[in-house]
Design a protein around this ligand. Structure first.
Ligand SMILES: *[C@@H]1O[C@H](CO)[C@@H](O)[C@H](O)[C@H]1NC(C)=O
Ligand SMILES: *[C@@H]1O[C@H](CO)[C@@H](O)[C@H](O)[C@H]1NC(C)=O
Ligand SMILES: *[C@@H]1O[C@H](CO)[C@@H](O)[C@H](O)[C@H]1NC(C)=O
Length: 590
């Protein structure tokens, strides 16, 4: 067994500067699931498994097997491999071209009366004639000869060759029709599949094209890199198209409560006493919003802050700050900035708003503006520990681990009651290679925050990364015991059960536990789907991948979730239509 847990331990998301919950392998995986630009890495949703060579996802198998130079999967794939970029026709075995003339213009009836041997001879001669026209690019003439050849003998190669002529003439529909005929006669005819795939793509029938390219790849064991690339390209195109459609009708909503809590908890809360306002005033709504926050009823809180802002309240800058925060969490960075700017117009010294504006600039990739927010905030209140903690997060994401460690330490010096600063300090020390300081930090933090599920969870991750499996399992179990509503330790434990202990049932049960704890936990959904796929249960896997589509919040997330569904469905369809080739598919699954 190789490394079990993603070595990117504690990797904070690149898109959400200030989220602690992202600092986990589970979320790393989900990030990979949703954001990886390299499609080959899709199998790495389950980090480690793919690396071990048991990649469930055929894209990965593809890149691996193309190096291994597998035997041609089909006898047809070895025919006419002389593709020169242009459409080519299968070469004739016979060169008796002049003899062909006697077969020209012969009626169907006359042909029917001939013996099979004679017909085969005639067909071969006609094909040879067609091929010679084809070589001199006289496609129209070649078509006449292939058409005649088909009358003598309905051979898939003749259809496929005629399709090649049509392809060179740009007649896409005819290409598809001829490939259909060829494939009726020989469903594993790779050339015809390739040709039809290209025609479908030209016609914009992307799903059909994806399916054909997929069949090509599986049938020939991923030998043809051009076809493998085409499959990836089509998968991306199909997913992009579907995501664009879906995102139009998708309601923007908040991420999972776990995620929202982690984000909100990374700011010290407003502890001012509540006013006594009741009824329908802005102040009353502001109070209600704060109460909902405490109860973790985030949708209610969001609505109440909106209302408070609309009606106006005595804490208007803070209300705008919170409204902007929820807008940001829903994925609308521009809307968030507008609210933050308004908050700062009302109260130019509202430190927390500067910090939150920093995460937006970070997400937009504007590093200079990001750090400027922190400088401004320090200018206002150099003793605010939130500033250093969040600057630490930004430094961490940018790989400035030394600076990040300093920031976390500064934040702790100013207020040591904030558990995430300790956790992140431990994680960054680990990143810096100071394993013993990291372990010491975690041990102390564990003593200090005995009842924090997060400390147990992250400490468990570091232990797992060091292959201290039993200790790690213990930490995850403890974390679950402390807070049954936090899905991350379930998923981490599931990973170990699956990858190290090989206990598939318990791994699945734990993932389901995570999903019960937090029904919008996308990491749980992705993990379950991946296990099922690896267990050869693609139909079950699709159900969970489809849940991931429901949970996706941005177009990019949608696209990635869709790509899984599409790829898996394509495999299922392949298995149905090519039952005899299923062992091949399973071999690729490893
Ligand atoms: C092949 O096609 C050419 C051009 O259409 C035609 O003149 C010729 O008779 C055909 N030959 C046969 C054997 O069908
Ligand atoms: C076949 O018919 C076409 C026209 O229908 C004619 O031009 C061609 O000469 C004929 N070929 C033979 C070999 O009879
Ligand atoms: C490989 O795939 C490409 C794209 O589908 C196709 O055009 C080409 O003919 C294939 N090459 C071989 C040798 O089959």
């Amino acid at each position: 067994m190789v490394a079990v847990i993603n070595p990117e331990i504690g990797g904070v998301s690149t898109t959400n500067a200030t989220s602690v919950s992202d600092a986990s392998p589970a979320t790393e995986r989900i990030k990979k699931f949703f954001e990886d630009k390299d499609w080959k890495f899709y199998a790495a949703v389950f980090a480690g498994v793919a690396v071990a060579g048991a990649g469930a996802y055929y894209l990965t198998s593809g890149s691996a097997s193309s190096k291994k130079q597998k035997k041609p999967a089909s006898k047809k794939s070895s025919e006419g491999t002389s593709a020169k970029g242009k459409e080519t026709a299968e070469k004739a075995d016979s060169t008796a071209t002049s003899a062909a003339d006697e077969w020209a213009n012969m009626s169907a009836e006359a042909i029917n009366d001939m013996s099979a041997d004679v017909r085969a001879e005639a067909a071969a001669a006609l094909k040879a004639k067609g091929n010679s026209f084809f070589s001199s690019k006289k496609y129209q003439d070649a078509i006449v000869n292939y058409t005649q050849a088909i009358l003598f003998k309905p051979d898939p190669i003749f259809y496929s060759n005629r399709a090649a002529c049509y392809a060179n003439l740009g007649k896409v529909d005819e290409v598809i029709a001829d490939c259909n005929e060829a494939l009726k006669l020989d469903s594993t005819y790779i050339k015809a599949l390739n040709r039809r795939a290209q025609a479908y793509e030209k016609k914009g029938k992307l799903s059909d094209s994806l399916y054909d390219f997929t069949c090509v790849c599986i049938l020939d064991g991923f030998k043809n890199e051009t076809a493998a690339k085409a499959m990836e390209r089509l998968l991306k195109k199909v997913s992009e198209q579907k995501a664009k459609e879906l995102v139009k009708t998708k309601k923007q909503r908040l991420p999972s409560p776990t995620f929202v809590s982690a984000y909100l908890d990374s700011f010290r809360q407003d502890n001012t006493p509540m006013s006594s306002a009741e009824g329908d005033s802005g102040n009353a709504y502001y109070n209600r919003a704060r109460k909902s926050l405490q109860e973790k009823k985030y949708d209610d809180a969001m609505e109440a802050f909106d209302k408070a802002v609309e009606l106006g309240c005595s804490q208007q800058a803070q209300a705008l700050n919170m409204k902007g925060t929820f807008v940001f969490l829903k994925g609308d960075t521009q809307g968030a900035v507008e609210n933050f700017n308004k908050a700062l117009e009302l109260d130019s010294k509202h430190v927390q708003t500067f910090i939150k504006r920093a995460s937006i600039y970070m997400e937009q990739g504007d590093i200079a503006a990001t750090f400027k927010q922190f400088e401004d905030a320090i200018g206002i209140d150099p003793s605010n520990p939130d500033i250093y903690y969040h600057r630490g997060q930004v430094n961490y994401i940018n790989g400035n681990y030394d600076a990040a460690a300093k920031d976390y330490s500064e934040s702790i010096k100013l207020d040591e009651s904030f558990v995430y600063a300790h956790i992140q300090l431990g994680v960054v020390q680990y990143k810096l290679g100071s394993i013993s300081s990291a372990m010491a930090t975690f041990k102390n933090t564990l003593k200090k925050f005995e009842s924090s599920a997060d400390v147990h969870n992250y400490y468990g991750e570091l232990l797992a990364d060091q292959q201290k499996i039993e200790e790690a399992l213990e930490m995850f179990s403890k974390a679950i015991e402390i807070d049954a509503k936090n899905p991350l330790p379930y998923i981490n434990k599931a990973m170990l059960m699956y990858q190290v202990k090989g206990d598939i049932q318990q791994a699945m049960d734990l993932c389901k536990g995570a999903l019960e704890a937090d029904p919008s936990c996308d990491a749980a959904v992705a993990s379950l789907a991946q296990i099922l796929l690896e267990q050869g249960q693609p139909a079950e896997a699709v159900r969970y991948y489809e849940m991931a589509i429901d949970l996706a919040r941005t177009e990019a997330e949608l696209e990635h979730a869709i790509s899984y569904v599409e790829a898996t469905k394509t495999q299922i369809r392949f298995a149905q239509e090519y039952p005899s080739a299923v062992p091949k598919l399973n071999a690729l699954r490893g």
